[in-house]
Write a new protein. Structure first.
Length: 409
């Protein structure tokens, strides 16, 4: 293959994997990765609490796309080409073993994100990829011969045959300003994967308590999600909340993060089922105090709060529980209403909804339909997934295809 110059804007997961993939596909390619900050793969470093949730053990592309509030249809084809199993095998080939946790999340067996960083940095070094940190790209000009002239923050200009924009959709939005300068449009931006601010006596002072399986819904947004819920000092967090925030990202932003949610503390039980469980508890635990024996898997302190909110003395015996009290308690358990008054970003997996409009991208090559030899990957695109390793997988997949396509002669 002839020698070509490939520029990659962004030294995160998508950009680095795109550069490595291009180098694997074309050993003669001259590849340079430009990173505005002082560190490459900074988001990989902090993800998963420093453990790096690399991907998810979901190996059916049709099932996998269901984890993406935006970009699901566009990703189906790419996932048939590079999915979690392919990423796992690639990492194993590079000497990194992964483990799968009970909820499907996959981490390096070392439980250290540095393992993933070292793997990618070593691969880049092995292929002779040039890594330029503290080097932002101020502007891009397309020359008459189709090459790209990059004006760098260092004051110099460089020419490239191919260009991959893979900088994230975070605070700087560099990828979006560069994309618009090249003729692309940007889907509305909004935070995704955030926690809810709730000030309510039912959960006040219970920070740190976790409920293993709840159902959280927002009727106004017509959205429902389930999973673990964590009570925090500012309100609620955990997978159930983060997933709901992802699917409702734009809806919640339009309402300035003020809306009502409903929590079913039992998980998936309906009101009638809860009444039947309470009726059985009266028969089996009749002499026991209601507060001492929760018939559902709830932390004791939360159970006591829900009893109090339902007007039930925790010292009352189950045999003394009236039909009216049982009815009120059932309502509380399956439909606790909370007013959300704001948000906090999830620091471990900050994600932005929005980006380059997907109808402007050829997903077979991750190439722009508007500008030949311009490719996109990762959060630069209007693609985002729920928590659990799905955003990294989208980065690996789009980076892989963009890199390989850019490296073609």
């Amino acid at each position: 293959m002839p020698s070509i110059r490939i520029a990659v804007v962004g030294g995160g997961a998508a950009g680095m994997f795109a550069a490595i993939s291009a180098a694997e596909a074309n050993e003669k390619a001259d590849i340079v990765v430009f990173e505005k900050s002082s560190r490459f793969l900074s988001k990989v470093k902090i993800s998963g609490g420093g453990r790096c949730n690399v991907t998810h053990a979901c190996f059916d592309p049709k099932e996998l796309i269901g984890r993406y509030p935006r970009g699901s249809k566009a990703l189906l084809g790419p996932f048939y080409r590079w999915q979690p199993r392919d990423m796992v095998e690639w990492l194993e080939w590079r000497g990194v073993d992964l483990k799968t946790e009970g909820d499907g999340r996959m981490f390096p067996t070392t439980d250290s994100s540095q393992t993933i960083i070292d793997c990618l940095m070593e691969a880049a070094n092995d292929f002779g990829i040039q890594l330029q940190s503290r080097t932002g790209v101020d502007s891009i000009r397309v020359l008459e011969d189709g090459r790209f002239e990059l004006s760098l923050a260092t004051g110099s200009n460089e020419l490239f045959d191919r260009l991959i924009i893979a900088s994230g959709g975070g605070k700087s939005m560099d990828s979006h300003s560069l994309a618009t300068s090249l003729g692309h449009s940007i889907a509305p931006l909004a935070p995704s994967l955030f926690t809810f601010h709730i000030n309510d006596p039912r959960i006040d002072g219970l920070q740190g308590l976790s409920v293993g399986d709840v159902t959280v819904s927002c009727d106004a947004a017509k959205l429902t999600q389930n999973g673990p819920l964590l009570i925090t000092h500012w309100g609620t967090s955990g997978p159930a909340i983060l997933k709901l925030s992802a699917w409702g990202a734009r809806f919640f932003a339009e309402r300035d993060y003020r809306f009502e949610i409903s929590v079913n503390w039992t998980g998936s039980s309906d009101r009638q089922s809860v009444l039947e469980v309470l009726s059985q508890a009266k028969k089996i635990h009749g002499a026991k105090q209601v507060g001492s024996q929760a018939p559902f898997e709830l932390p004791k302190r939360l159970w006591e709060r829900l009893l109090a909110f339902s007007g039930i003395d925790e010292k009352r015996q189950y045999s003394q529980l009236s039909k009216a009290q049982a009815s009120t308690l059932a309502d509380t358990l399956v439909d606790s209403r909370f007013h959300v008054s704001g948000k906090s970003m999830n620091k471990e997996e900050f994600v932005t909804c929005g980006g380059v409009n997907l109808n402007e991208i050829d997903f077979k090559r991750m190439e722009s339909k508007l500008q030949p030899m311009l490719f996109f990957a990762g959060e630069a695109l209007d693609i985002d997934g729920v928590t659990g390793g799905f955003n990294f997988q989208a980065a690996w997949t789009t980076g892989r295809i963009a890199g390989q396509s850019a490296a073609e002669a």
